[in-house]
Design a protein around this ligand. Structure first.
Ligand SMILES: Nc1nc2c(c(=O)[nH]1)N[C@H]1C(S)=C(S)[C@@H](COP(=O)(O)OP(=O)(O)OC[C@H]3O[C@@H](n4cnc5c(=O)[nH]c(N)nc54)[C@H](O)[C@@H]3O)O[C@H]1N2
Ligand SMILES: Nc1nc2c(c(=O)[nH]1)N[C@H]1C(S)=C(S)[C@@H](COP(=O)(O)OP(=O)(O)OC[C@H]3O[C@@H](n4cnc5c(=O)[nH]c(N)nc54)[C@H](O)[C@@H]3O)O[C@H]1N2
Ligand code: SF4
Ligand SMILES: [Mo]
Length: 832
C-alpha cells in the first residue's frame, strides 16, 4: 500500500502555478458561483465526506478512495466556505498520509536510542510513569501541549482528562503561538470568544480591511472569494496593513506598510481620523458600548504626523485609509499574525474591534470582525478548554462556571484544576527548566521548530529529569527528544469534527485505515483514561464515552447554554450537507450567521469568559472590580497607548526581522514537505530583503545570507524586493532537522518574550544583522551524493542528473520553481 510509485495525476487546474484559479465574479449573498477543484491519482471507487485540514478556512472536500487507499480529493460544491474550490495545499497536502516514513509502531527510549515497542509496553510505561510522577511530586508536575489540527472530540476528551482526571492546569495548545491574542481581543471587547460575523459578510460588504493578514497566501480560497467580489459588480474597497507588499497589498486600494510593532500607533491614528471626521455612530455607542470618552482621549494623541514619525506610514496614506474606513456603510475586517505575534498584540487587535464598534458596523450583513484563527481546529482547542479558558468559554475566575463543569462531570469543584488561569506554554518551558514540571505530553505539535528561541527550546526538551511523550504521525524534530513516541492516525484515517474561523462545523469521516499500528488520538486518550482509572463522584468512569460520536454528544452537553452552543448539532445533521455554524440550538436550529445582531454582547459579569485586563500592564481585572462596573451586555471600548517594542534595531543588529509563511507549506512542513509538488514549489528557506538593503549590502537575488540575532543564526538565500527597507522576512516552516542543510530555522533568531495579556510570543519582530555567506558546508556534496545514489539505484539516471544540474545552477533556491519537476530539496521526504 505504501511506497507505491505514482506517475500520473489528474488536476482540474494547476493550483501550483495558478494559486487562486480562474475568476468567477459575483455580488450578493448566496451568489458565489460553484467551481469544483479536484485532484486524483487514480479513479475513486467511492467518496467520503470531509473538510480540508490545511487552514482554518474550512473548505469542504470529499476524499476519493480506491482499494482502501486515498487516491483523490474533490471540493464540495454545497459547502459555503468554498463552493467546491480548493487551494494548492488542499489539493496536494493529503499525499503526506501515504508517505513511507509514517510512524507505524510505538517507540520507547532505551539509552540513547528509540526502540520499537508494543502498544502494551508503551501504554503501561506511560501510565506507570504518570502515576509515579503524580504520587512522588504532584499532578502539577504534569503538562499537556497539543497542536491545532486534531478534532473537537480529541480536544474535549483531553481537557476533561487534564483538568478533572490528572488535575493539572498545565494544558495548552499551539494556538498560543497563533491566535491567543485574537481570542483575548474578543474577550476584552465582547466578553467572550466567537467571531461576530462570518464569511457570508464578504458577499455583500462595501469594504474590506486586512490587518497583518497575508490572506491571499494563507487563506487562498477566502482570497479567491474576495477577488471574485473585486471582479464583480459593486466591488468592495480594500485596505491592507502589512509591511510587505503581499498579493493582497498589491490588489489593495490603500496599502499601509508600518514598521514592525507599530500596529497600535497606526490603528490609533485611524481611529483618530475617523472620530475627528465625525464618522461615528453615536446612537450605537450610547446604547451598546462603554468607554468611548477614554478611547477618544487616547487616540486624540495620535494625529497622522505622529503616526508617520512612529510607524513610517505616510500621512497621505493614513488619511486615504481613514477615508475608506470612515465612509464605508459596511466593513469586514480580518486580523491575523502581523498583529497577534507583534508587540502590543491584544491591544492592537482590540483597536480593530473598536473601529467596528464606534461605527456601529457589527451584527448586520456585510459587517463583521474576523479575529481569524489559523489552524483547522484551532477554534476547537479554544472552545473545549485546551487553550487558556475553561471548556465552553467558561471563566476560570467565576465559581459558578467552575461549578457547572463540576456538575456536568460529577466531580467536586475543588478537583477541577481552575484555581488560576490555565498555564501558557511559555510558562511550561520555565517550569521544566526550574524542575517542577517533570512530564510533558506533546500531541500533534512540533515545538522544536515552531517555538521561538530554539536554542533554549532544545535545552528544555533535552532537560534531564523530563519525561517527554510525543504523539505524532512522523518522526519530527520534537519526537527525536522523546522518551515515548506514540504513532497517531492522521486526518482521513479517523472520524471527528472541526470548526472553521467563521464558526462553521464540519464532519470528517474515516476514509482509510491508518498504517501499521498507528491509532487515532481519541483511542489513545480513551485508553489512557481507562488505564488511569479516572472516576467521578459516583464511582463511574470520568470519561463515559467510547467513540467520536459519544465524545461529540458529551461536548454538546458541555457547550449547551454557552456562546459556542453545539446542542442542536449531531453527526447525522452534519452528514451529507454543508457545514453548520454554532451557536446551533433551539433558538437557532440552522446555526447563527452573526452574533450580536441585537447589540447585546457577552459582557455581563455572570456570562463573560474573562474579566479582562489592563491592555498595557496586563493586570487582570478582579471579579469584584468587574462586577462593580458590570457592563451588562455592552461592548467594552478599551483604549491603549502605543509603547515601543523592547528589542529594536541598533548599531549591532540594525535590521528588523519578521517571520511568517509561504503559500505552499504548512507550519513545520511535516506534511507539505512530503508532497512532491508542494516541496518542489518551495524547496528551501529564504531571506526576503528590500531593494534598498540589497543595494546597500551588495546582495543579489539568490545570494546566500547569514542572519544573526542575539539568540542564534540562520543561513538561507536572499530574495530581493516587495518588502520595506530595514526589514527582512523569513518563513518559519523550515526546521534544522535535516543535516544536509545548515541552520535555516527562523526560530533560531526569534525573541523569547510575549504579549503580557494573551501570552502569545512575539514571533514577528526581532533585531538582526545580515551578511553575505557561503552556501552551508556540505550541501552541494550531499546533494550530489544523494543524486548519484538514487541514480544508480533507481535507474532514473538522466532525470537525476538533470535534477542535480538544475539545482546547482538554480539561482534563488528558496524561490518557487513550479516549472522544475522534482526540484525538491528534501528529495528523500518527497519521494513516494
Ligand atoms: N500556506 C499556508 N497557509 C496557512 C498556514 C501555513 O503555514 N501555510 N498557517 C495557518 C495558520 S496556523 C495561521 S495562524 C495563518 C497565519 O496567516 P497570516 O497571519 O496571514 O500569516 P503570516 O505570514 O505569519 O503573517 C501575516 C503577515 O503579517 C505581516 N506582518 C509582520 N509584522 C507585522 C506588523 O508589525 N504589522 C502588520 N500589520 N503586519 C505585520 C507579515 O508581513 C505577513 O505578511 O495561516 C494559516 N494558513
Ligand atoms: N517564527 C515563527 N514561528 C511560528 C509562527 C510564525 O509565524 N513565525 N507561527 C506559529 C503558529 S501561527 C502556529 S499555529 C504554530 C504551529 O506549530 P505546531 O503546532 O508545531 O504545528 P505543526 O508543525 O503543524 O505541528 C503539528 C504536528 O502534528 C502532527 N499531526 C498532524 N495531524 C495530526 C493528528 O491528527 N494527530 C497527531 N497526533 N499529530 C498530528 C504533524 O505531523 C506535526 O508534527 O507555529 C508557530 N510558530
Ligand atoms: S483555503 Fe485552507 S481549507 Fe481551503 S483548501 Fe486551502 S488550505 Fe485547505
Ligand atoms: Mo497558527
Amino acid at each position: 500500500m505504501f511506497g507505491t510509485q505514482i506517475t500520473e495525476s489528474y488536476e482540474s487546474r494547476d493550483s501550483i502555478a495558478h494559486i487562486w484559479g480562474y475568476r468567477t465574479p459575483y455580488a450578493g449573498q448566496g451568489q458565489w458561483p460553484v467551481r469544483v477543484d479536484e485532484r486524483a491519482l487514480a479513479d475513486a471507487d467511492h467518496w467520503v465526506q470531509s473538510a480540508c485540514v490545511f487552514c482554518s478556512n474550512g473548505c469542504g472536500l470529499d476524499i476519493g478512495v480506491r482499494d482502501g487507499r486515498m487516491v483523490a480529493v474533490r471540493g464540495r460544491a454545497r459547502d459555503w466556505g468554498n463552493r467546491g474550490r480548493l487551494g494548492p495545499k488542499g489539493l496536494h497536502g493529503w499525499e503526506a498520509n501515504m508517505s513511507p516514513d509514517r510512524l507505524t509502531r510505538p517507540l520507547v527510549r532505551r539509552g540513547a536510542s528509540l526502540r520499537e515497542a508494543t502498544w502494551e509496553e508503551a501504554m503501561s510505561l506511560l501510565v506507570g510513569r504518570m502515576q509515579e510522577v503524580c504520587s512522588t511530586a504532584s499532578s502539577l508536575a504534569v503538562a499537556f501541549y497539543v497542536g491545532g489540527q486534531l478534532f473537537l472530540e480529541d480536544y474535549y476528551t483531553l481537557a476533561v482528562i487534564a483538568l478533572a482526571g490528572v488535575g493539572t492546569p498545565h494544558l495548552d495548545a499551539s494556538v498560543r503561538l497563533s491566535t491567543a491574542a485574537g481570542a483575548a481581543a474578543l474577550m476584552e471587547s465582547f466578553g467572550s470568544e466567537g467571531q461576530p460575523g462570518c464569511y457570508d459578510d464578504i458577499d455583500v460588504t462595501d469594504a474590506l480591511l486586512h490587518v497583518g493578514h497575508n490572506v491571499a497566501e494563507q487563506h487562498t480560497v477566502l482570497w479567491a472569494r474576495i477577488l471574485d467580489r473585486r471582479h464583480g459588480p459593486k466591488p468592495p474597497r480594500l485596505v491592507v496593513i502589512d509591511p510587505r507588499t503581499t498579493p493582497a497589498a498589491r490588489e489593495a486600494d490603500v496599502h499601509l506598510a508600518p514598521r514592525p510593532g507599530t500596529n497600535v500607533a497606526v490603528l490609533n491614528g485611524l481611529l483618530h481620523l475617523v472620530i475627528r471626521a465625525g464618522r461615528v455612530d453615536h446612537a450605537f455607542i450610547d446604547a451598546h458600548t462603554v468607554g468611548f470618552a477614554r478611547l477618544k482621549g487616547v487616540v486624540e494623541g495620535w494625529p497622522p504626523e505622529r503616526v508617520e514619525a512612529v510607524s513610517g506610514v505616510p500621512v497621505g496614506a493614513l488619511r486615504a485609509a481613514a477615508e475608506v474606513l470612515g465612509a464605508t456603510p459596511s466593513l469586514v475586517s480580518t486580523v491575523l499574525l502581523g498583529v497577534y505575534q507583534s508587540p502590543q498584540a491584544t491591544a492592537a487587535a482590540v483597536q480593530v474591534n473598536n473601529l467596528h464598534l464606534i461605527r456601529g458596523l457589527i451584527g448586520r450583513p456585510g459587517c463583521g470582525v474576523l479575529q481569524m484563527s489559523g489552524q483547522p481546529a484551532g477554534a476547537n482547542a479554544h472552545e473545549t478548554g485546551c487553550a487558556g479558558a475553561l471548556p465552553g468559554f467558561r471563566n476560570w475566575a467565576n465559581p459558578v462556571h467552575v461549578n457547572q463543569l463540576a456538575q456536568l462531570w460529577k466531580v467536586d469543584p475543588l478537583r477541577i484544576a481552575a484555581w488560576g488561569p490555565p498555564t501558557p506554554v511559555v510558562d511550561m518551558l520555565r517550569y521544566i527548566e526550574e524542575g517542577s514540571l517533570r512530564m510533558l505530553w506533546v500531541i500533534g505539535s512540533n515545538p522544536a521548530v515552531s517555538l521561538p528561541d530554539l536554542t533554549r527550546v532544545r535545552a528544555v526538551l533535552d532537560q534531564p529529569g523530563l519525561l517527554l511523550v510525543v504523539q505524532d504521525a512522523f518522526m519530527t524534530e520534537t519526537a527525536r527528544y522523546a522518551d515515548i513516541v506514540l504513532p497517531a492516525a492522521l486526518w482521513g484515517e479517523k472520524t471527528g469534527t472541526f470548526t472553521s474561523a467563521d464558526r462553521t462545523v464540519h464532519i470528517s469521516y474515516t476514509a482509510v485505515s491508518p498504517p501499521g499500528e498507528a491509532r487515532p488520538d481519541l483511542d489513545i486518550l480513551l485508553e489512557f483514561a481507562q488505564r488511569m482509572n479516572f472516576r467521578n463522584r459516583d464511582g463511574e468512569p470520568l470519561i463515559g464515552w467510547r467513540d467520536p460520536e459519544g465524545a461529540f454528544e458529551a461536548w454538546k452537553a458541555c457547550s449547551a447554554g454557552r456562546p459556542c452552543d453545539y446542542s442542536g448539532l449531531s453527526y447525522a445533521r452534519l452528514s451529507g450537507g454543508p457545514g453548520i455554524r454554532w451557536p446551533c440550538n433551539e433558538q437557532f436550529p440552522d446555526g447563527r450567521p452573526r452574533l450580536y445582531t441585537d447589540g447585546v454582547f457577552y459582557t455581563a459579569a455572570s456570562d463573560c469568559e474573562s474579566y479582562g485586563h489592563d491592555l498595557l500592564t496586563a493586570a487582570p481585572v478582579t471579579a469584584a472590580e468587574y462586577c462593580l462596573a458590570d457592563p451588562r451586555g455592552r461592548a467594552l471600548l478599551k483604549a491603549a497607548d502605543y509603547t515601543p517594542p523592547p528589542e529594536q534595531p541598533d548599531s549591532e543588529y540594525p535590521l528588523w526581522l519578521t517571520t511568517g509563511r509561504v503559500v505552499y507549506h504548512w507550519l513545520t512542513r511535516t506534511k507539505t514537505a512530503r508532497s512532491r509538488e508542494l516541496s518542489a514549489a518551495a524547496p528551501d528557506a529564504f531571506v526576503q530583503v528590500s531593494d534598498e538593503d540589497a543595494a546597500r549590502y551588495r546582495i543579489a537575488d539568490g545570494q546566500w545570507l547569514e542572519v544573526r540575532s542575539r539568540r542564534g543564526r540562520a543561513v538561507a538565500r536572499a530574495r530581493v524586493g516587495q518588502i520595506e527597507p530595514g526589514l527582512v522576512f523569513m518563513p518559519f516552516h523550515y526546521g534544522n532537522g535535516d543535516p544536509k542543510h545548515g541552520p535555516r530555522a527562523a526560530n533560531e533568531l526569534t525573541l523569547n518574550d510575549w504579549d503580557p495579556v494573551s501570552k502569545e510570543p512575539w514571533l514577528k519582530c526581532a533585531a538582526v544583522r545580515i551578511r553575505r555567506a557561503q552556501e552551508p558546508a556540505g550541501i552541494r556534496r550531499l546533494l550530489w551524493l544523494a543524486g548519484l545514489r538514487r541514480a544508480l539505484g533507481g535507474g532514473h539516471i538522466l532525470h537525476s542528473l538533470a535534477l542535480q544540474i538544475a539545482r546547482l545552477f538554480a539561482k534563488g533556491g528558496g524561490r518557487a520553481h513550479p516549472g522544475v519537476p522534482g526540484a525538491a530539496a528534501d528529495a528523500g521526504a518527497a519521494a513516494r
